[in-house]
Design a binder for this molecule. Structure first.
Ligand SMILES: [Cu+2]
Length: 331
């Protein structure tokens, strides 16, 4: 599913198939899940019960007291105080129980415990970036099992929402502010992670995976995660970054046009002279590519809209070099 380097977010679609959930719910793979489900099933049961009572009485009364020939309507009772007080108190009690169960579960989800492992999350149209303490940035969320993980999140453009159904976790990412959420995964494995806030054309493809590592494995993964920059040639590392940093959402590498998001293909652009909006021209060289990544709005290629966001602070110099070498290699 996820290749050795953690690539290809679209592979996450396949995670649907291996969900371990019931007919109603995805599998319960975090400490929250059982409690959230209990509250849900309780409310569902209350609703189903009253639905049947109300519907049953309605059908009964309609039949029992229907208009019949020769029968005059009799005198009807206007109200019954004990009955009205009784059902009001009973309903208040039920609503209070729903509130209490919902509120306590909500407060627990809102309050990260001490000693959480912290990961930063950035949402952008249309990719996820997870930044770890050692500076590693990944498009897949990797977490250790049985350890609380806190996500501190923000968006670079519009409102996104991070949802991990198997963990019963969902929180918005808002531009210009930080939101956070936390969870404790209980089973090693891979689970889908979605954006659940409609955020533009490719919202439905803003999907990736959470990989829950068994004890010890996470630290090992994190240590090795950045090694590809050292172990691969810059062009090969750039190819991975092309996916990991979400360039793939807009730019193709085979010369074809991207039907959803018009952006220039990377194929063969190195060394070309491009017209810019405003009439100037530019030769695609190392400096122009670097500038396009860090200040995309500065020189906009003619025929395209300036929809690319800056990668300032999101790619290191070493990664920019890798991306340049990768683009250069696409003859
Ligand atoms: Cu989104």
């Amino acid at each position: 599913m996820i290749d050795a380097m953690g690539g290809l977010p679209l592979g996450a679609w396949a995670l649907f198939a291996q969900s371990t959930g019931s007919f109603w719910m995805p599998g319960e793979h975090s400490t929250f899940a059982p409690e959230v489900d209990r509250v849900f099933y309780f409310i569902l049961a209350v609703c189903a019960f009253f639905f049947l009572v109300v519907l049953g009485l309605m059908i009964f009364f309609v039949l029992r007291y229907r208009r019949r020939p020769g029968v005059k309507p009799g005198k009807t009772a206007t109200h019954s105080t004990p009955l009205e007080v009784g059902w009001t108190l009973a309903l208040v009690a039920i609503v209070a129980v729903i509130f209490y169960k919902g509120f306590t579960a909500f407060m627990e989800m809102e309050t990260p415990p001490q000693g959480c492992y912290e990961i930063r999350v950035t949402g952008r149209q249309w990719a996820w970036q997870f930044t770890y303490a050692n500076g590693h940035v990944d498009d897949v969320l990797h977490v250790p099992v049985d350890q609380p993980v806190k996500l501190t999140m923000t968006s670079q453009d519009v409102i996104h929402s991070l949802s991990i159904p198997d963990f019963r976790v969902k929180m918005d990412l808002v531009p210009g502010r930080y939101t956070s959420t936390w969870f404790k995964a209980v089973n090693p494995g891979e689970y889908p992670l979605y954006c659940t806030e409609y955020c533009g054309d490719k919202h439905s493809q803003m999907i990736t995976a959470v990989v829950v590592h068994s004890p010890g494995e996470f630290a090992e993964w994190l240590k090795g995660a950045n090694d590809y920059l050292e172990n691969l040639s810059p062009a090969e590392a750039g190819k991975l970054l092309y996916t990991k940093r979400g360039c793939v959402q807009c730019h193709t590498i085979d010369g074809s046009a991207n039907p959803n998001t018009p952006a220039p293909s990377f194929k063969g652009i190195y060394g070309e002279t491009h017209d810019l909006v405003g009439g100037a021209t530019v030769v695609v060289d190392d400096n122009y590519i670097r500038e396009s990544i860090l200040e995309p709005g500065k020189k906009v290629r003619a025929g395209y809209r300036p929809i690319m966001n800056t990668y300032q602070g999101l790619v290191s110099d070493q990664e920019i070099v890798a991306l340049i070498e990768f683009i250069k290699s696409l003859k």
